[in-house]
Design a protein around this ligand. Sequence first.
Ligand SMILES: [Zn+2]
Ligand SMILES: [Zn+2]
Length: 492
Amino acid sequence: MHSQLSLKTNSLALLEDGAVAAVLLGFAPPSTLLLASSSKLNEVLMPNPFHRPQFGFMIDVTKVEGIFSTYGWLRESVFNTGLMVMVMDSADRVDIQLFSTYGWLHESAFNTGLMVMVMDSADRVDIQLSVKMAKSPETEHPLKAVGWATKDTSGVFSPFKFSRRATGEHDVQFKVLYCGVCHSDLHMAKNEWGFTQYPLVPGHEIVGEVTEVGSKVEKFKVGDKVGVGCMVGSCRECDQCTNDLENYCSKMILTYSAVYVDGTITYGGYSNLMVADEHFVVLWPENFPLDIGAPLLCAGITTYSPLRYFGLDKPGMSIGVVGLGGLGHVAVKFAKAFGTKVTVISTSINKKEEAIEKLGADSFLVSRDPEEMKAATGTLDGIIDTVSAHHPILPLISLLKPHGKMVLVGAPEKPLELPAFPLISSRKLLAGSGIGGMKETQEMIDFAAKHNILPDVEIIPIDYINTAMDRLVKSDVKYRFVIDIAKSLKLE
Ligand SMILES: [Zn+2]
Ligand SMILES: [Zn+2]
């Protein structure tokens, strides 16, 4: 049987018998994606609420291979909302309605990125997708948790109740004390990278105090100060994992908005409680400030790792840091601690005094000043480019000496223009780097403690987060917000 689905909107989907088909109908919900395996449809087993018993089906969602949404592949439990979907196709139209265990849903149900499954029968389409109610974020795990979440692309935060898993054998449970606000949190809150799972509790610069450890935990005990950065899991078996490069594991699990091994969505540190596998937890150095230090867990390792890996950590080297924000200002501090000469490269002269007097940079270049840039041609051994807005890179590459290395750690949305000739003629290297492995993250935090490297932060209460995000958009922060979770997050 070939099942043909005609959607008046803009697409045609052919679902082959026994096959799983996914068709993208466009990026604007609700005209999104359909997925079904016709062999996995069973005749309806329940009273048909739509009074169309002759064409009713019930789908066992445990047999559906996956559901695709505008936000990427969804896990099974997206059905946890108890949604029932009904799709009708009469000769000239498709009528989509959603019925949940709570009654008919209004359109905004689609905002969750829910997809509609559509199959036809010989002469009409009339499908019901009955979804078994699993559990809500609040009840899917045993430990009650509270945080602040964004529920949709507006990116507006509000209090959110959810739950954490019980402390497993290898898990560390800790009370969150502080959490840094990374630029990624802002992108993710508004789904600007296209894979946000709502509700979203961001935060991957998390520090706290251990309250419970699993029976097989070796590195931590109750009362220890700990940190969790950008990832909470990986396969632990691949070449990357076995070489302490979990950050490059293809199965790396992000601290928030990712699917954990148990199938549930991960929630980050804008919350009162964390449970994480000890392998992805770092031990916080004694007497090292938890609040100011928190951003090192992302901004710190993101800049420390490329300086180390690319050998840009040798005393006397000349290192350029492009962009003076959350990442850039920490890059300056690490590069200085390695004994290099640091040049801050920025579009604005306004940051010169700050860069040199406060952060200890040796020199400052205004990237929009052609004379200054020309004078500095061929002077740098390496460049860490932290800028995540689109920007020209040829002038930066020109600053490198022959064999110089430029490493991108900021991620502009649009491709950068890369002329090959300047690279070829002087054997220059352009590379990328993303956070660091767990061993290196621990090394970074220990190094930071030893050399007293601390980000410049502004401590805020959690209920300031919406204002903080507005300010972050305007780069109106020096240089990182850190949320005082313990003091400001209301548990009720
Ligand atoms: Zn980050
Ligand atoms: Zn791996």
